[in-house]
Design a protein around this ligand. Structure first.
Ligand code: FAD
Length: 309
């Protein structure tokens, strides 16, 4: 019931201003976002890698309407990649990029700017010895994002895609992207989408997730199974066995701070387990989407907002 209002708030500039006065150390924010600086993100990455986990880092920010801010985000990724390489972490840690943070939403030149900026980040990732995955945002950006992916893959075939099971179109997109070498993250989807393009009932989203899993695991690509849902993890494991997939030919992914014991269990069983680690000052939209998924956490959030610790 709270999902929709929270997702609407995730894009409210006024509420963002109010909430963003909270320091990142406030309990609920800290549990999902380990820090604001590159150094703190790289330290958190090193800790996870020490525990046998892989990582994908996201420099927080989205819906940028300012070219200078898009450039600053690119610079932040370049600094991050350089530090990952210098600390010997690039083999276990890649980066996730939201195209709306690097210019996709700019009037007139959005698509072109995002493509050029993404190319710069992909080049730096390759030089550092790692890869980029393009996060997927709301459905109005799906075509542009997949078209930028196709362009990038001409030079950087290792670039990862994300598909969202809640969209009606996604089974077809899975079929199109299940080719050799194609890295595809499958998630349920985190945005507030209309009935015309997305399943509204969780049961329908789950059914779609399983159909998409089958396509990706039976295909030739490298599926990245991004979910905290115990049923989806179990189904993915049995489908991987059914399709003769060896460990390491696919991976599991979960968000930083969510079900860490399950992350450790999967890694200990020999699976590749990648943790999505967001960092930076622009944590507001990310946090609101996490609260929308788990409104039980809302009371902790309100307490930390009032006490402003
Ligand atoms: C690595 C990764 C990358 C992602 N990238 C994108 C992206 O690019 N675009 C996009 O739209 N979305 C992305 N998402 C978010 C995703 O779409 C979902 O919104 C989010 O993962 C919640 O869906 P779920 O599959 O975990 O299942 P849900 O249906 O939300 O949850 C199912 C079950 O999981 C467990 N669970 C869920 N949350 C918690 C929690 N906080 N604590 C404890 N248990 C919990 C509970 O048992 C719950 O019943 C990503 C998610 C992950 C894990």
């Amino acid at each position: 019931m709270l999902r929709e209002p929270l997702l609407l708030l995730s894009r409210s500039q006024q509420v963002k201003k109010l909430v963003s006065t909270m320091p990142v150390s406030a309990g609920i924010v800290r549990s999902y976002v380990p820090g604001e600086s590159t150094g703190s993100a790289v330290d958190a990455t090193a800790e996870l890698v020490d525990k046998g986990l892989s990582v994908t880092l996201d420099f927080l920010g989205e819906d940028t309407l300012d070219a200078a801010q898009a450039d600053a985000t690119v610079t932040a990724y370049l600094e991050l990649l350089q530090q990952l390489a210098a600390r010997g972490l690039a083999r276990s840690a890649e980066v996730s990029v939201k195209l709306s943070a690097i210019g996709q939403a700019l009037p007139d030149s959005g698509h072109k700017t995002a493509l050029e900026n993404a190319r710069t980040i992909c080049r730096a990732a390759r030089n550092a010895g790692t890869t980029v995955t393009l996060d997927m945002e709301d459905h109005t950006t799906t075509d542009s994002t997949l078209s930028i992916l196709r362009e990038l893959r001409k030079d950087f075939p290792e670039t990862g895609a994300v598909l969202q099971a809640y969209l009606h179109r996604t089974e077809a997109d899975c079929r199109a992207l299940a080719y050799e070498g194609s890295r595809v993250r499958l998630c349920k989807g985190a945005y507030n989408e209309p009935e015309s393009v997305a399943y509204q009932d969780t049961i329908d989203v789950d059914r779609s997730y399983v159909r998409c899993l089958k396509i990706l695991l039976a295909g030739q690509g490298y599926p990245m199974i991004a979910t905290h849902d115990p049923r989806m993890v179990e189904i993915a494991s049995s489908l991987a066995a059914r399709y003769g997939r060896e460990q390491g030919t696919y991976e599991f992914q979960m968000l930083y701070g969510i079900r860490p014991e399950e992350q450790a269990r999967l890694a200990a069983s020999g699976e590749t387990m990648r943790v999505y680690l967001p960092y930076g000052e622009e944590w507001y939209g990310y946090l609101m989407r996490r609260l929308a998924e788990r409104p039980q956490n809302l009371s902790f959030f309100v307490k930390s907002l009032i006490s402003k610790k």
